[in-house]
Ligand binder design. Sequence first.
Ligand code: NDP
Length: 302
Amino acid sequence: MTRPVLYMPRAFATSEGRLDGYQLTGPDRTGRDGEVRAMAVAGTGKVDAAVMDRFPALEIIAKFGVGYDSIDVAAAQARGIVVTNTPDVLTEEVADFALGLLIATSRQLPQADAYLRAGHWPQKPYPLTFSLRGRKIGLLGLGRIGQAIAERLTAMKLEVAYCTRRPRDLPYAHYPDALALAEACDALVVIVPGGAETAGLVDAAVIEALGRQGILVNVARGTVVDEAALIAALSTGKLGAAGLDVFEYEPQVPQALIDLPNTVLLPHVGSATEVTRRAMGDRVLDNLDAWFGSGKVPDRVA
Ligand code: NDP
């Protein structure tokens, strides 16, 4: 049996031998577009109707990641193309990371590290920072990762509240919209999917509602937060600090965010560990193998 042609824009980690069943192609190799039956995609690069039309034999797009807002799902459905993602295998890793970013942002861990390395400590102790003690943490999104973050926050003896479209049967206070949540909380952790539905959900009013000592952490997608409003609030002291793993036009990061002392900025590395990236790669291959085997894919999102 001929092996299906799999288009992979760049190599990603999978266990030994997992790619053996496929003929690999990608942007660096030309002339196979018409034979491509499967596509594995990573990152935030757009897979839109024009891309799909370049591959007339395409049957399945397998996203290496849980967020699939970079894929035009309606265009895929219109062409009968299946779309899959990699849920669950990164949940705990990303939750650990979100907690790390929240603590790093409030306690200014990277700034304090830079202070020590620059040799300032012998002259003057590092200034005092924000505390998470006694503060209420809002989660915008309480899905797989949001719940894992909530469990960690509870273990840290912090009060948790959340906003989702549908309230969950969980022991945290639910708020109907992002503004009401921000008004009730001291810090907001954003962990909703990206895409048109959530674009700009965290706007100037939400950001300012967190207040002068407020903290915003975004581990979701850059599009969810109004970046210009965030820069304005951080620059004028209307928001205390922000920890960001994702950006509106990543990998481009506004110089204004880089220049601010009250930001912790990371290059979209929420799931970026060897073990988790390998598990994600394996999950991509589980979906592709299932499609070309039984035709029933475990992680079908469209
Ligand atoms: P889930 O689908 O399990 O959870 C999504 C949550 O968002 C649900 O609670 C959902 O509740 C809520 N939600 C969706 N739309 C809205 C809305 N308009 N307003 C309020 N709440 C909303 O996803 P995961 O927890 O697995 O992942 C979440 C996202 O995190 C991913 O889509 C991805 O973009 C991002 N991510 C980022 C990573 C990184 O490296 N920084 C790594 C992994 C994920 P309801 O439907 O009731 O509204």
